[in-house]
Design a binder for this molecule. Sequence first.
Ligand code: ZN
Length: 150
Amino acid sequence: MFRRRARADREFREAQKELLALLWMLAREPLPFDAVQAEASASAGAGSDAVVPDFPPAGLRAPSRQDVEGMMMRWTRPLVLDGEVHACPTCGLYRDWIVFCMRDDSVWLRCRAGHQVQEPRLNAAWYNRNSGPVDHWHPTFEDGLRHLGH
Ligand SMILES: [Zn+2]
């Protein structure tokens, strides 16, 4: 029983690691928006000398792959580190965190008030153990925060 559960757990983590690798790989590919845009300007250019307006305006374009920095999840419970409930060093809030796992394996905590601090006691392994499957791909950091309710 225990062995079976451990294996399922390991398989889940393996699957998640593969998914993450896939996401990193996708992050290095052009975003779908770029492809659509390239296609649009290619077909608009064919058979007409019309100047293709810059659409969408540069400011509204999906961010480039350099913006893909990591994963994030919401952590509404108090976060216990080394047996103590962790509180934001700036404002003292102790629940409703956003937890970020960055590509360099560092983990950052953001409190509801927007204070962000790296938490050296946590790492990517901890994040993977505690996060659910990756189910959303956010074009921007702010979009991710909004999606998570911050
Ligand atoms: Zn705070």
